[in-house]
Design a protein around this ligand. Structure first.
Ligand SMILES: Cc1cc2nc3c(=O)[nH]c(=O)nc-3n(C[C@H](O)[C@H](O)[C@H](O)COP(=O)(O)O)c2cc1C
Length: 322
């Protein structure tokens, strides 16, 4: 009797989530892959040796910004990977911390074993965050390039609430664990419908893999509404990134993560940051609204640039039941 053929495609999936949101999203995407006997999924859960708490105590939250912004990797528990595995595709879900990839994901990308596994491999990034991810993706792309990996798709899901409301609802969720809406504000985080409908990406990845399309240069997730860029947040991200970088340098000079010497600077920065969020962001948005006729072309260029490679159009979504 002939032996049943083994899986023909191997997929590596990275996993880290504090609230479970990114895990729920990843599950939707990988369920169709796991259900197919021709595809083997290897799940790599990232475990920081010094865990990041959820909900976050206020100072611990703030204390995470210098290393996040400077992409200083925290130590991870040993990976289950050896470094010589040969995957056909890597799915890299990540959340944004302080306009940069979250620290555990940065630690993975800078890990020598991960770098061995990623070399030459096609990567699909999946972002779930509040709504400011443009420059985090640029940073992540530079880490992928350093590891010799190739980005073929990017899926982005952002909190649907208005930007200024999410500046209140997300920190409240992170600091208290409370996600529900209050005082007329929307609930924090993604909706269940957003998470459920992400199954279409898994179905399309399965189809792409079974047709060897991950070997080519075309995205597998085009036409599925994978990413919608709000280019008006680009200016605030640029200003925020610069601020995090400079203040991050000062705080890091004061002491290592968790040290009391950082507290005065962190307190000062917290006040400064709050002021900036509720002045600079609305002013920048209002100015852009006024200058829209002059900036339209430039904003649309930014939108197109950051929506690559998967794109915003959704003409193929109906194929996957959306
Ligand atoms: C320390 C920290 C900083 C964050 N900074 C940002 C940010 O700069 N931009 C953004 O869109 N979301 C930001 N978020 C929200 C996260 O990207 C994410 O939506 C949330 O943490 C839930 O992710 P989880 O799957 O790990 O639970 C931040 C969250 C944390 C904990």
């Amino acid at each position: 009797m002939s032996k049943a053929p083994g899986p023909i495609k191997k997929v590596l999936v990275i996993q880290y989530s504090q609230t479970g949101q990114l895990t729920a999203l990843t599950e939707q995407i990988i369920t169709p892959l796991r259900a197919d006997p021709r595809i083997a999924v290897h799940l790599e859960a990232l475990v920081p040796l010094r865990p990041f708490p959820f909900p976050w105590p206020f100072f611990r939250f703030l204390d995470a910004f210098p290393e996040s912004a400077h992409m200083v990797p925290p130590a991870l528990a040993p990976l289950s990977l050896k470094g010589d595995e040969d995957f056909d595709l890597v799915i890299l879900p990540y959340q944004v911390w302080f306009l940069a990839p979250s620290q555990p994901v940065t630690a993975f990308l800078k890990h020598p074993i991960a770098q061995g596994v990623l070399r030459g491999k096609p990567v699909v990034t999946v972002i779930a965050c509040r709504n400011m991810w443009l420059l985090a993706q640029e940073k992540l792309k530079s880490m992928l390039a350093a590891a010799g990996a190739r980005l073929i798709d990017n899926v982005v899901l952002t909190d649907p609430g208005p930007t200024l409301a999410t500046f209140i609802t997300t920190p409240r969720w992170m600091l208290s664990g409370k996600k529900a809406g209050f005082w007329g504000m929307p609930a924090a985080g993604l909706t269940d419908a957003q998470i459920r409908s992400s199954r279409r990406f898994g179905l399309a990845l399965r189809e792409g893999l079974l047709n060897d399309r991950e070997k080519g240069d075309e995205p597998l997730l085009a036409g599925l509404g994978a990413v919608q860029v709000n280019p008006r947040l680009y200016f605030s991200e640029r200003a925020g990134t610069r601020g995090f970088f400079v203040w991050g340098m000062l705080v890091r000079a004061a002491g290592p993560p968790g040290s009391w010497q950082r507290m005065p600077l962190l307190s000062l920065y917290a006040a400064f940051l709050t002021l900036m969020i509720f002045t600079l962001v609305p002013v920048s948005l209002a100015l852009q609204a006024l200058l829209r006729p002059f900036m339209a072309q430039w904003l649309s260029r930014i939108k197109t640039q950051f929506e690559r490679p998967s794109g915003a159009s959704s003409e193929r979504s109906h194929i996957y039941g959306e």
